[in-house]
Design a protein. Structure first.
Length: 167
């Protein structure tokens, strides 16, 4: 029995507990549950069982051919994403880019370690879908938490790069 996804979930939740203050965990939890757990399940059910784009190697607990700890991992990652958006909305472009690259890199590592097998899907498609997903999550976060600084605005790119100019 493989424990890759269990290990990943423990690592990501450890990062949450280390990086995110408890009062923010409470605030961001509904967003993280919706965006990181529910959305991940929906995407995986479609990708794995309906469109058959990839297959997961068997793990400790599998439901509908999807490792439960895989979805718990992205629940944690989405909580960190939400926390950073809440605390530092000015850098949303960087956060979308960072978490998009994180999702792509983790998918690539799982592929190299034979924990996921892609059929009719590629790492580049993972990257493009991760862009879509993180922009979608950005707007869901904005809606749920009424954070007006998030989302497209004329000064968005200037705000994101202004810190570089200040140095």
């Amino acid at each position: 029995m493989e424990l890759y996804w269990v290990t990943q979930a423990v690592a990501y939740w450890s990062l949450v507990l280390f990086l995110v203050p408890l009062n923010y965990i409470r605030r961001v939890m509904p967003f993280a549950f919706l965006g990181g757990f529910v959305y991940t399940w929906i995407v995986q059910i479609f990708a794995v069982n309906i469109f058959k784009r990839w297959i997961f190697k068997s793990d400790l607990i599998m439901i509908y051919n999807i490792p439960v700890f895989f979805t718990l991992s992205w629940f944690a990652v989405t909580l960190m994403f939400g926390y950073l958006l809440w605390r530092f909305p000015r850098y949303q472009v960087w956060f979308v880019l960072f978490f998009t690259l994180w999702a792509t890199a983790m998918n690539y590592i799982a592929l190299v370690l034979n924990q996921i097998f892609l059929r009719g899907w590629s790492i580049m498609e993972t990257f493009m879908f991760a862009i879509f997903s993180h922009v979608l999550l950005l707007y869901v976060f904005k809606y749920l938490h009424r954070v007006n600084e998030l989302g497209a605005k004329e000064s968005m790119l200037y705000d994101s790069f202004s810190r570089l100019k200040d140095k």
